[in-house]
Design a protein around this ligand. Structure first.
Ligand SMILES: [Zn+2]
Length: 87
């Protein structure tokens, strides 16, 4: 993978002046999402209070766990509805 260096790039300057241009980069659960700035690649996530916070390695870890739990639950629900659809 290519490494991107973000320090003092023109896009970073743009963000400082005009603000970040965040887009949802990953849906962790139905209410927790990760956002990435289109310009400088700065990442945010929804924390447990529902507020946006910087996506630190700690939060990334929490989100991975949340995503895993969420996927397992939705998969189980899907399987259940599949079974009821068959019978
Ligand atoms: Zn930015």
């Amino acid at each position: 993978m290519k490494k991107t260096t973000t320090h003092l790039s023109p896009s970073k300057l743009y963000c400082d002046v005009f603000g970040h241009n965040y887009q949802v980069s990953k849906k962790v659960t139905s209410y927790v999402k990760e956002y990435t700035c289109k310009c400088c690649k700065k990442q945010l996530t929804t924390n447990s209070n529902g507020h946006l916070t910087e996506l630190t390695p700690k939060y990334q870890e929490i989100n991975n766990l949340l995503e895993d739990m969420y996927n397992r639950r939705t998969m189980r629900l899907k399987n259940k509805s599949l079974v009821t659809a068959i019978y």
